[in-house]
Ligand binder design. Structure first.
Ligand SMILES: Nc1ncnc2c1ncn2[C@@H]1O[C@H](COP(=O)(O)OP(=O)(O)OP(=O)(O)O)[C@@H](O)[C@H]1O
Ligand SMILES: [Mg+2]
Length: 238
């Protein structure tokens, strides 16, 4: 009999509150979801609805308050700091709205950054991996440019290449097109689509319906609760 593997991500009855001094701010309520390896999911909702909070929890940057989070069937709340640090370094990557590149540093060097302290990828592999990741986002001809010599859309594609270089299981992108004009935004979405078709799991956070439409499934959040979770049938042409 074939062994059924656990979903990549499984969240059950998850709640999240922020605590500042004595003040509790509840932000996420009874979140239930499963995400399988290789999915391209958009988390969409208005400002303040809890999207980034959920993404930070899914990406091991923050802890939930109650309920459960299983990553490949393993309860995250029982993982020690060492295991969490390992997961953060090797299994997940992030792309943020503000590209967070080092200025006056080449595209090639920016993309190699996550490998500097990587526990398993040898220094001799860095260059080849970087070139491959840069090619994947269509920036081979800009490899030796400094990051501050690039357009916004190109910078964000560098950030995607950097997220890609460790070959993570999940790439999280929080409003990756938020700072971009529509043409640059389209290039960035194309790069994310390509990651998905290449087999990566992509979790995209956005307030924007049109951006969310690029994903294969949309989880809509409103006031900290999942309002809908539906496959995307109508996707925009590339
Ligand atoms: N550190 C914190 N302490 C207290 N409350 C917080 C903290 N971080 C976020 N919040 C609150 O949690 C709620 C959800 O915030 P979150 O950043 O997840 O929203 P979002 O959906 O990502 O919004 P946006 O689209 O504006 O980025 C908001 O009401 C916010 O004020
Ligand atoms: Mg946010």
């Amino acid at each position: 009999m074939e062994k059924k593997t656990a979903p990549l991500i499984e969240i059950k009855g998850l709640h999240k509150s922020y605590f500042n001094d004595e003040l509790e701010t509840p932000v996420l309520f009874d979140i239930n979801l499963k995400i399988e390896k290789g999915e391209f999911v958009a988390i969409r909702g208005p400002s303040g609805s809890g999207k980034s909070t959920l993404m930070h929890i899914l990406g091991f940057l923050d802890h939930h308050t109650s309920g459960s989070y299983l990553f490949e069937g393993q309860p995250v709340s029982r993982m020690d700091e060492d295991s969490l640090a390992k997961i953060r370094a090797q299994r997940v990557s992030f792309v943020f709205q503000a590209f967070n590149l080092l200025p006056r540093t080449s595209v090639l060097q920016n993309v190699q950054l996550p490998l500097l302290y990587h526990p398993t990828i040898a220094p001799s592999e860095r260059r080849e991996r970087a070139e491959k990741a840069i090619a994947a986002v269509g920036l081979t001809d800009r490899m030796y440019n400094l990051s501050n010599q690039l357009s916004g859309g190109q910078k964000q594609r560098v950030a995607i290449a950097r997220a890609l270089i460790t070959e993570p299981d999940v790439i999280f992108a929080d409003e990756p097109t938020g700072n971009l004009d529509s043409v640059s935004g389209a290039h960035v979405m194309e790069a994310l689509e390509k990651l998905h078709t290449d087999g990566h799991t992509v979790i995209l956070v956005t307030h924007d319906q049109r951006t969310a439409d690029h994903a294969r499934r949309t989880i809509e959040i409103y006031d900290g609760r999942i309002k809908s979770d539906t496959p995307n049938v109508k996707r925009p042409p590339l």
